[in-house]
Design a protein around this ligand. Sequence first.
Ligand SMILES: Cc1cc2nc3c(=O)[nH]c(=O)nc-3n(C[C@H](O)[C@H](O)[C@H](O)COP(=O)(O)OP(=O)(O)OC[C@H]3O[C@@H](n4cnc5c(N)ncnc54)[C@H](O)[C@@H]3O)c2cc1C
Length: 177
Amino acid sequence: MKDVEVSAGQVLGKPGSGFLQITTGFNHERLYVGIAASAIIRHCLETALKYSAQRHAFGKAIIEHQAIQLKIAHLYAQLTMVDAATRELLSLSMDSPEFHLKVSAVKIFASQWTVQACLDTMQILGGMGYSRECDIERFMRDAKLFEIGGGTTDMQYMVIMKGLIKNQNLFNFSYIR
Ligand SMILES: Cc1cc2nc3c(=O)[nH]c(=O)nc-3n(C[C@H](O)[C@H](O)[C@H](O)COP(=O)(O)OP(=O)(O)OC[C@H]3O[C@@H](n4cnc5c(N)ncnc54)[C@H](O)[C@@H]3O)c2cc1C
């Protein structure tokens, strides 16, 4: 917008630093993705465990099939990694260049793995997973937003690369001239 007049009492932040304010907000949003991703993957894991133990097909509970077990174990592995990475972010100063890079790195995988976790859980639940009777289809849409909102996955790669070049001394990567 051009030529918009705002009275002094209504100015938010410092004039001319809007972009910086937005990018600071992005870091909060990206951290939130890690936290929300952990919650959704945990819900997928609990739903998959419960449903596959109850659901019987061809004479046995589907949890007894190795193909189902592999998917559920994968959900646990994804949860472990996203949870650990998000906890590390929470231990860093949000103003540090390290946080700025790591939060983008975590968002890339947390978002992709959450979408995949929802798809795998839907597959384990079969037709029930696709139906609105079950909440997984909604979580899948929520998870897809994580790959788009707060800067798309492509943008996270660009943020990382810019940060690696700008802070090469900090990260001790000597190969960037
Ligand atoms: C459900 C939902 C809720 C949202 N909530 C909010 C909100 O509360 N506040 C808010 O401000 N915004 C919100 N957004 C908007 C969101 O932040 C944007 O959709 C997102 O930043 C992507 O911008 P865009 O849609 O304009 O896509 P585009 O910028 O048009 O990008 C389209 C595709 O092109 C790729 N692309 C674009 N430029 C490049 C490039 N230079 N190099 C490589 N690839 C590139 C992108 O990665 C993407 O894959 C929301 C979006 C959704 C879907």
